[in-house]
Write a protein that binds this ligand. Structure first.
Ligand code: ATP
Length: 463
C-alpha cells in the first residue's frame, strides 16, 4: 500500500479497534510516549520476539541468551558514557513552549545534524537555517537556542533516604550494557569461546524529548540486542556477515526488499569502525528499524577501567591475550511491530465485499486458527466446535468465536490476520450427508477458498 498519513491513521485505528495497541494510561487522559499491547498485540509481540530468538540464538551455534537486570549499579552508566553524554539536542518554541529534537527539525528542512554534534556545532547549523524551521505544534518560527538533554531516566530503587534524588541509579537506556557486564560470567560458566555472541530481549527507557509517530518512538520500549565478541582482526569480517544475515532475516519473514534499505551513519562515534542502519518504509517514510554496528573494544575497555576487573580474553589456541571487539545488532520490538503492521496491512475485495486483511506470515499471526460453530444457538454444533477447539489449541494458538454471523466472524479474523478459520456445521454432525460426518470447513484468509477436511486430519492440514 501507498505510504501516507492516511495509511498511518488506518493502522493506528485498526490497532485500537481490534485490541493490538492501546494508548498508555488512557482512562487518565494518556501518558505521552507510553502504549499498552492488547490481547492480539501481546501475541504478535511475543511472536516477533520468538522469531528473533530463533534466528539469533537457536540457529546460531555460538550465540547464547541472557536476561540481565533492568536496574544496575550506577557505575555501569558512567562507564558506558551515558551519564556524561547520552543526550539529544533539544530546542523549545518560545511561542507555545513545545520541545522538539533540533536534529529532527533540521532534517525536515534538508539539513543534516545528529546527537553526536557538540552544542556549539548544532547551534551554528540551527542558526544558519532558523528562518526556515517551523514549530510542529503552532507553526511559528520563534525558537530559543539548542541545548543538550540527557535521556537517562533516574530511579531511587534501593535508596531509602528522604531525598529521592540522592545517589540515583538509572533505568537502563539500552539492554546491551547488561551483556557487557556479564561477558566474563558467560565465558567462565559455559562452553563458549571467542568468537561468540550474547543475545538479550528486554525493556529499555529513554526520556525521549518528543515521542512521536506512535509506537516508533516510545519512552519505555523493548530491544532485541545481540553482541558478538570477536578477535580484533576478525571484527570487520564478522560485521559484514551479520549485515547480510540481518537483512536476509527480514526478507525471510516476508518483507519486500523495496521496503528495506541500508543507511550508513554520516557521523561515526570515535571508537566505532562502522555503523549502518536497516531502514524500513514506515507510513511516514524510511526510518531506522535496526542498527548493525562494529564497536571496537570500547565497551569492554570502559567496563574494565571503571570496575577494575580484567576483560581480557586468553585465546586457548594462540595464547594471545586481548580485549575482544564487539559487533552489535540492535532492533526494537515496537519498531518491528509497527513495520509488521505496515508491511502486511492490506485492503481488497472478497466475494464482492471490501475488507481489511492483515496478511501476516503464519509464524507471526497472533491467532493461527479460529474455530466457529455455524450457529450459536444449536448446542450440538457448539459442543462439537468446543471439542475441535480443544483439539486444535493443544497444537497452536487458537480462538473460539461464536459472535455474530459467520461472515462477520471471517471479517474480524481477517482484520487480526488469522490464517485459517474452521467452521463446524450440520454436515460435521452428518445429519443429512453422512459422507461429511466429522469433517469441517477450513477457510483460507488470503484466498477465501474453503475446503472440507476430516477432523482426524485437521492438525496435519493446519500445520
Ligand atoms: P533514533 O535515532 O531513532 O533515536 P537510536 O539510533 O537512538 O534511534 P539505538 O540507540 O541504536 O537507536 O537503539 C537500537 C534500536 O532500538 C533502534 O534501532 C530502535 O529499533 C530501538 N529504539 C531506540 N529508541 C527507541 C524508542 N524511543 N522507541 C522505540 N524503539 C526504540
Amino acid at each position: 500500500m501507498e505510504r501516507s498519513a492516511d495509511m498511518m491513521e488506518k493502522v493506528v485505528s485498526l490497532c485500537k479497534r481490534r485490541g493490538f495497541v492501546f494508548p498508555g494510561s488512557e482512562i487518565y487522559g494518556g501518558f505521552v510516549g507510553s502504549f499498552d499491547y492488547g490481547p492480539y498485540g501481546v501475541e504478535l509481540a511475543n511472536n516477533i520476539k520468538a522469531a528473533w530468538w530463533q534466528a539469533m540464538v537457536n540457529r546460531e551455534s555460538n550465540v547464547v541468551g541472557l536476561d540481565s537486570a533492568i536496574v544496575t549499579h550506577p557505575k555501569v552508566w558512567e562507564a558506558s558514557g551515558h551519564v556524561g553524554g547520552f543526550s539529544d539536542p533539544l530546542v523549545e518554541c518560545k511561542e507555545c513552549n513545545t520541545r522538539s529534537r533540533a536534529d529532527h527539525l533540521l532534517e525536515e528542512v534538508g539539513v543534516f545534524a545528529d546527537e553526536k554534534m557538540t552544542v556549539e556545532e548544532i547551534n551554528t547549523v540551527f542558526d544558519s537555517v532558523r528562518d526556515k524551521i517551523v514549530c510542529p505544534k503552532c507553526g511559528q518560527k520563534n525558537f530559543g537556542s539548542v541545548t543538550k538533554f540527557n535521556l537517562l531516566a533516574k530511579t531511587n530503587l534501593g535508596n531509602f533516604k528522604d531525598d529521592w534524588n540522592a545517589d540515583p541509579t538509572y533505568l537502563r537506556g539500552e539492554t546491551c550494557q547488561g551483556i557487557y557486564i556479564n561477558f566474563k560470567n558467560v565465558l567462565d560458566s559455559t562452553r563458549v569461546k571467542v568468537p561468540f555472541g550474547i543475545a538479550q530481549i528486554g525493556k529499555a527507557f529513554r526520556n525521549e524529548i518528543a515521542p512521536r509517530q506512535y509506537i516508533f518512538r516510545k519512552r519505555e520500549f523493548e530491544q532485541m540486542e545481540m553482541q558478538m565478541f570477536v578477535a580484533p582482526e576478525a571484527e570487520m569480517t564478522v560485521y559484514e556477515e551479520w549485515k547480510k544475515k540481518r537483512m536476509q532475516y527480514y526478507l525471510d519473514l516476508g518483507f519486500k526488499q523495496e521496503n528495506l534499505r541500508w543507511h550508513e551513519h554520516e557521523n561515526l562515534v570515535f571508537y566505532a569502525k562502522a555503523a549502518f542502519d536497516i531502514e524500513y518504509n514506515f507510513p511516514f517514510g524510511f526510518k531506522e528499524m535496526e542498527g548493525v554496528h562494529a564497536r571496537g573494544d570500547y565497551d569492554l575497555t570502559q567496563h574494565q577501567k571503571f570496575s577494575g576487573v580484567s576483560m581480557e580474553y586468553l585465546d586457548p589456541y594462540t595464547n594471545e591475550k586481548y580485549i575482544p571487539h564487539v559487533v552489535e545488532t540492535s532492533v526494537g520490538v515496537d519498531r518491528t511491530f509497527l513495520a509488521v503492521m505496515t508491511e502486511f496491512y492490506d485492503e481488497d475485495e472478497l466475494g464482492g465485499e471490501k475488507r481489511v486483511v492483515l496478511r501476516f506470515p503464519k509464524k507471526l499471526a497472533p491467532i493461527k486458527v479460529a474455530v466457529f460453530p455455524l450457529l450459536k444457538n444449536r448446542p450440538e454444533l457448539v459442543e462439537k466446535a468446543k471439542e475441535v477447539f480443544a483439539l486444535v489449541s493443544e497444537h497452536m494458538r487458537a480462538e473460539f468465536d461464536d459472535n455474530g454471523n459467520v461472515g462477520k466472524r471471517y471479517r474480524r479474523q481477517d482484520e487480526i490476520g488469522t490464517p485459517y478459520c474452521v467452521t463446524i456445521d450440520f454436515d460435521t454432525l452428518g445429519e443429512e450427508k453422512p459422507e461429511f460426518k466429522d469433517t469441517v470447513t477450513v477457510r483460507d484468509r488470503d484466498t477465501g477458498e474453503q475446503v472440507r477436511v476430516a477432523i482426524t486430519e485437521l492438525i496435519e492440514y493446519l500445520k
